[in-house]
Design a binder for this molecule. Sequence first.
Ligand code: ARG
Length: 576
Amino acid sequence: MADPQEVLAARVRAALAAAFGAEYADADPVIRPSAFADYQANVALPLAKQLGRPPREVAAEIAGHLEVADVCDTAEVSGPGFINFSLRRDWIAAEATALLGDPRLGVPAADPPDTVVVDYSGPNVAKELHAGHLRATVQGDAIARILEQLGYVVVRAAHLGDWGTQFGMLIEHTLDVGEETARKQLAAGEFTPFYQAARAEFDSDPEFADRARRRVPLLQSGDPESRRLWQVLVAGSMDYLMALYRRLDIKLTEATMAPESFYNSMLADVNAELERDGIAVISEGALCAFPPGFTGRDGAPIPLILRKSDGGYGYDTTDVAAIRYRLVDLHARRIIYVVGSEQSLHLQMVFAVAREAGWLTDGASAEHAVIGLMTGPGGKRLKTRTGEQVKLSELIDEAVERAGRVIADRYDDPAERDQIAEAVGVGALKYADLSVGRESSYVLDFDRMLALTGNTGPYLQYATARIRSIFRKAGLDPAQVDHALQLAEDPERALALAALKFGSAVAQAGRTAEPHVLAGFLFDVASTFTTFYELCPVLGAPTPELRDSRLALCALALRILTAGLGMLGIPVPERM
Ligand code: ARG
């Protein structure tokens, strides 16, 4: 445990128990960063109210029982009843030195290593990913990476929409244009023309419409030829999706993403189980679940439709089958649905049915990690000049192109420039999204995300590149540096202190599924590094010991920034 806030919390809890009795051993000591010291404990104020005593007196009593001499220079009562803590420099130095020798850099390891399913991105076959998919894609991937680094067994799922009545029409259209042509068109991401052409045939040609309708039950009942043609649509879309994911370094793969069709063979069983247990009932010819507590405006219960009156299955059914599979077969202890708020009701109902059915038990959790919107200027929906949705690929192209212009004058070699522009553009786009709380909405702003100062991807990338250049100049490998730290100047102390909080930042980001917590921490490390770099010469340090210590501090900052950016899925170029 390196995070000073946690160390102090434990000491204050011990003091509370010693002063007021064991029942206070779990009280929240309310430790906060302080403007006058490093930290302050505010617990005396609420506690005084509870005890009916003056807060300063309570604070003094806590302080009297505190044992912090090894950690703090001072622990003093101040103001109306705060306790201010100033950490010892040698304590920070020793903790930071230990961190440098720790391959996990203070990141705790889950015990036991539970299985966590992260369901994200929300793609569909034969539909492009548009700008609106950016948030659910990069946030979900970062959440998965963070949990993986915390030692959980992470299953990345996408619940790819590859099932439904529109496939009758799309299959017949595939037959008409030819399989090869269809596949190529989809792999190239030309979904809109493909879909529109199919739709036009459907609307204008009764014979086609008839074929399309008859195709649906054939496909759903497993007719081999229909499955084969459907597979052409899936494969073309998959080529397109995977190319986009590769470019964004999103670690979803076809093998793990568990499309809706994956659950096809389970749907009848799931429904039978729910019907047997009285959770699903026939209503107006359809099989429905009415989880308690979900009613419409008129007070009537809202159904999840598990089997339509025509015998077909839909989105509700596959989601119910998916949650059972994840809990009962994969033994997931936590499922995180990284999905927009418009699906909140649907997901809450799925969770409720899982609870009623006994699949979702007390030790496990299903969470909707709500995703806000990325919008155009004025909070309006992002649109092209012709009023269409902006494709995600176009958004990436523009970020990369603009990144190229920002950094152009630094590189003579065009290949190197393109490579760095790709990393900077993609990194800027992803980081701009990840640094905003996932429930919030924000306005797309290329100039701001590409700025080399402020809380941006390029700023963080640049900090790592600067550190690497110090090591290049010194002819040293930063991975080999492990000197003990001595913290001579305040900026060194500030940087080492910031570094100590890495583990708890990662743990918190994982606990709440909020990558922006980690982003904010990394920005803090990069900013304290920048101040240190400007004020404390490293290679030109006054003594050889201080030079070694400062190199070690640089190595620590580099390792934390690289590991942290890796958890966010931000590329880290070696040079910039
Ligand atoms: N494909 C879905 C859509 O486009 C999103 C899937 C979200 N995940 C889930 N388990 N429902 O809306």
